[in-house]
Write a protein that binds this ligand. Structure first.
Ligand SMILES: NC(=O)c1ccc[n+]([C@@H]2O[C@H](COP(=O)([O-])OP(=O)(O)OC[C@H]3O[C@@H](n4cnc5c(N)ncnc54)[C@H](O)[C@@H]3O)[C@@H](O)[C@H]2O)c1
Length: 423
């Protein structure tokens, strides 16, 4: 039985480890976060993911912080974070650290796959030298590949079992090994790429494509708000065109570890390496980064309409997670909204049923009872399905629908001011 080591047991690594176990591999997980290791040892998934929740208990994996345990692994999958700092500068520290630890302990002839999202050039310029410094000849006695993860936590249809993958490697043998492994664990297409750089670029292009399209509709939303046009209706209308249009929707901001982060890896790399300025990608990032501020401006305008000051008004932010029905708060626009509100001296309360430990309130009803105005920042089912009558009975005066997920007409029928993003 081949042994798989998964380095980094987060939203990407844990589902992959569980899937490899389900497919019959001997699996060892490695992570530096002791609380995660304890949770895994206790049989409690540290991430909210439908696939993991279903298969974790029946496919338990051993997890450790001890890298010596990868010494007999045939396949090593590196799934560590690739964040940016407060100034949006990419931080490849975790990738470098994980590669150095792997290079120290991995055996000859093993396949090492970097799954983390990286800019084109990282495998060649950072990963390969680390293995060479450890005495390996990449492509000959160690096989290094890149297979960017595309997982979409919370997605009911696409998960680690069926999302098609692209793979790049340094040698034909390495590519064949990597493709063979992914063909065993993934039911979707596995597409070999001509080079490892192309595989790296695929992921950045996918997420930048999404970032740019969302920036476009976020810009439209700001224009349509002033023009009195409902952007949601317009996008739904445009979606009747059966070709060459793909709907994207505006919102109070973009969160998560991917879309608001990955474009910076290419922006920075192209600028530093060849002096190219990705004007369009930078502009998209700037537009999307502005949306939490824009959302608070909408509340400010709505309060002005009813002659209430922001100062001292109780504003409830509904949702801390960056997307519906998950507990992931990374880069969540909710925290930026809260910051803007606090700057204007609003009294901010928060409620997220998936992130109760960080919520100031523990029930939706109590939150509404306290609030003069609400900002819906996450489209959790608990909010989209809420009894809108509660808003009126608790005297909520303004609803800012940061996800355009509530019934505008029904809210207005209750005599409550409704403002979406672009509607
Ligand atoms: N979350 C997603 O939806 C998603 C989707 C596709 C791709 N990705 C990419 O996958 C990568 C991982 O993302 P994630 O969401 O799983 O991150 P995560 O933060 O959920 O998990 C990463 C784990 O790696 C561990 N770690 C950090 N440095 C380590 C080291 N040196 N050795 C061992 N473990 C280490 C951390 O403790 C953490 O548990 C990132 O590059 C990300 O961009 C994420």
């Amino acid at each position: 039985m081949e042994k798989v080591a998964v380095i980094g047991l987060g939203y990407v690594g844990l589902p992959l480890a569980v899937r490899a176990k389900e497919k019959g591999y001997d699996v060892i997980g490695v992570d530096l976060d002791e609380s995660k290791l304890k949770s895994i040892a206790d049989g409690v998934s540290p991430v909210v993911d439908g696939f993991v929740e279903e298969y974790f208990l029946t496919n338990p994996i051993d997890a450790t912080s001890d890298f010596t345990q990868i010494a007999d692994a045939d396949i090593v999958l590196i799934c560590v974070p690739t964040p940016v700092d407060d100034n949006f500068v990419p931080n490849l520290g975790p990738v470098k650290g994980a590669c150095a630890s792997v290079a120290k302990h991995v055996k000859k002839e093993a396949l090492v796959v970097l799954e983390s999202t990286v800019n084109p050039g990282v495998s060649e310029e950072i990963v390969k030298p680390i293995f060479e410094e450890a005495g390996f000849t990449v492509g000959t006695d160690i096989y290094v590949a890149h297979c960017p993860e595309r997982i979409n936590p919370g997605d009911p249809k696409w998960n680690v079992t069926n999302i098609p993958r692209v793979v790049g490697a340094f040698s034909a043998k390495g590519l064949a090994k990597a493709v063979a492994f992914y063909e065993k664990v993934v039911d979707g297409e596995i597409r070999p790429m001509k080079s490892i750089r192309e595989a790296e670029a695929v992921k950045i292009v996918e997420n930048s494509f999404r970032d740019i399209n969302i920036a476009f509709v976020n810009e439209l939303a700001q224009s349509f708000d002033r023009l009195g046009i409902d952007i949601k209706d317009v996008i739904d209308g445009a979606s009747t065109k059966p070709f060459a249009f793909m709907p994207h929707y505006p919102a109070c901001g973009i969160g998560g570890h991917c879309i608001p982060v990955d474009p910076y890896y290419l922006i920075e790399h192209a600028h530093k390496k060849v002096g190219f300025n990705h004007v369009f990608m930078r502009r998209a990032r700037a537009i999307n980064n502005y949306m939490p501020h824009y959302t608070v401006e909408k509340l400010q305008d709505a309060l002005n309409d009813i002659k209430m000051p922001m100062n001292g008004t109780t504003v409830a932010v509904l949702g801390l997670a960056y997307k519906a029905n998950v507990d992931d708060v990374r880069e969540s626009p909710s925290y930026k909204i809260i910051k803007h509100l606090e700057k204007q001296h609003a009294t901010v309360i928060t409620y997220d049923p998936f992130v109760l430990e960080e919520s100031t309130e523990k029930t939706l009803e109590n939150t509404l009872k306290e609030a003069d105005a609400i900002i819906v920042a996450t489209n959790h089912d608990a909010f989209t399905d809420m009894d809108l009558g509660l808003l009126a009975s608790h005297d909520v005066k303004i609803v800012i629908d940061g996800k355009n997920c509530l019934d505008k007409d029904a809210i207005e029928k209750h005599g409550i001011a409704y403002h979406g993003i672009g509607r």
